[in-house]
Design a protein around this ligand. Structure first.
Ligand code: GLT
Ligand code: MN
Ligand code: MN
Length: 388
């Protein structure tokens, strides 16, 4: 029997806001009681997680006094020590407080934009204090309901100026920190800026310190936009920009569901896990999801254990796929090279261009070849369903 129990080397992490989610939604109030950050760390220790991430206000309420903040930090630090959990990532809540109703870095009111910088610098200090090496930016309120209100170009410029400022802040303080930008197409705003991984990758190239900024893609957010998540992740990876990842699941075209990884589109989850394992992604596997509203805290543990178990089951299936003789033979056939055509590829030269232009291709002959993808896909399904 394969061992699907989580180990530190798997780098499974959860946010305080994920296992601490109390199940409220726009139509109903909380169904689970409040747990302190320290209590949530013990819960995560019990289920076998490796790390815990937080927003500034998951740990310290926005109105806490200095003395309250110190007491919370002390309990949290003790819980980390007791459980062995670490804090690989931290982030800022720039969306819950009413001050951010029109955005944070892109708000029209300059006092909101300046406050957002202040809050983020303080939150960065807090994250670094607990050892975070990755700092996530999710612009939950950076967007519009009416485009009469804001210039989309000005908003991108404001976002850039804020990111440049905060990169310099981290450098100035000699923090060992990378930034990971998280995109989402909508919700809570009607439309959000930099709505997909692709937009974010393009935005990063325009920053003053692109080397310290990457992306934090989330399954649900790309699925909301109807996109293939693994393709976006692959593009980020190929660009050296996959700094972090938010794993969960989501039906397309709906509100942000933050479902347990693989609970909706198992096949997409399989290709994602296979990709991360095949390329040797070495960062946190962060589950940005929460338990169904039907659950009590035992159900929250079931949820957290399920996220990690599904990842490990799919990792095992990916290894089976890679070791399957029939699948690998099909892949070898599909990807067979034609040495005669090798001189036509690679760097441009006028001679090469002329040679390609004068080559006669057997168009119908090439097109008539069956590619066996049906067979390949069914073998994949057989592996996934455990029938192979
Ligand atoms: C919020 C959001 C997530 C972000 C978190 C980081 S908070 O729950 O839905 O996708 O990753 O700010
Ligand atoms: Mn997320
Ligand atoms: Mn989400």
């Amino acid at each position: 029997m394969t061992d699907f129990s989580p180990k530190p080397e798997h780098k499974f992490t959860f946010g305080l806001w994920t296992v601490g989610n109390r199940g409220s939604d726009p139509f109903g109030s909380a169904v689970r009681g409040h747990k302190t950050p320290a209590e949530l760390v013990y819960l995560l220790g019990e289920v076998g997680a490796y790390g815990v991430n937080f927003h500034d206000n998951d740990l310290i309420p926005i109105d806490a006094t200095l003395a309250e903040a110190e007491a919370i930090k002390k309990d949290f630090r003790n819980a980390l020590k007791d459980t062995g959990l670490i804090v690989p990532m931290a982030t800022t809540n720039l969306f819950s407080d009413p001050i951010f109703k029109d955005g944070a870095f892109t708000a029209n009111d300059p006092s909101v934009r300046a406050y957002a910088l202040q809050k983020t610098m303080q939150a960065i200090d807090l994250g670094v204090e607990f050892g975070a090496k990755t700092y996530v930016f999710w612009g939950g309120r950076e967007g519009t309901e009416t485009d009469s209100s804001k210039s989309a170009v000005e908003s991108i410029k404001r976002s850039r100026e804020a990111m440049n400022f905060l990169c310099e802040y981290a450098l100035d303080n000699k923090y060992d920190l990378k930034f990971a930008l998280e995109s989402k197409p909508n919700e809570p705003r009607g439309d959000m800026y930099n709505p997909t991984i692709g937009h974010m990758l393009a935005f990063i190239t325009t920053l003053d310190h692109p080397e310290m900024v990457g992306v934090n893609p989330e399954v649900a957010h790309e699925h909301m936009a109807g996109l293939n998540f693994m393709h976006g992740v692959a593009q980020a990876w190929e660009a050296g920009k996959l700094f972090h990842i938010d794993l969960n699941d989501q039906y397309p075209g709906r509100y942000d569901q933050d479902l347990r990884l693989g609970s909706r589109d198992l096949k997409a989850a399989f290709y994602l896990v296979k990709f991360l394992e095949d390329v040797g992604y070495n960062g946190s596997r962060h589950f940005d999801a929460h338990a169904y509203r039907t659950e009590d805290y035992e159900g929250v543990k079931d949820f957290a254990r399920g996220c990690m178990r599904t990842y490990l089951v799919l990792k095992d299936k990916a290894a089976q796929f890679n070791a399957d003789g029939e699948i690998q033979a099909l892949l070898a056939e599909i990807n067979a090279d034609n040495p005669g055509l090798a001189p036509y590829f690679g760097k441009y030269s006028p001679e090469k261009a002329a040679a390609i232009k004068s080559h006669s291709f057997d168009r119908p002959g090439i097109a008539s070849r069956g590619l066996k993808y049906e067979r390949l896909d069914q073998l994949t399904i057989d592996i996934l369903t455990g029938t192979r």
